[in-house]
Write a new protein. Sequence first.
Length: 113
Amino acid sequence: MEISDKLNEIQKLFGSYSSHLPEPTKDYMGLIESVTKSSSIPVKYKELIFIALSLAQKCDWCLAYHVKLAKESGVTEDELNEAAFIALLMAGTPALMESIKMKEYFIGLNSLK
């Protein structure tokens, strides 16, 4: 599956939740905004943390979303590779294998422009 498909699925899901459960969705989005804004930890580093956790949890949608934000924040492919090995140390080989998707998503972002 292409990164654009995953990103569209996320948008569709949250659009649906916004219509049917506006208050919890607004609260959730507020939490995301609060946690992701730059403070003590720069956004670029937060995105690398999100990527390592997405790999460890095997969340394709999380991975696609955070690879996109990571690239926008200036994360390099080498930094992504290091994040994949952090996931390996914390969650084992299955997490490292998830990096196949990470690399595909990172490359796939070039076609979205």
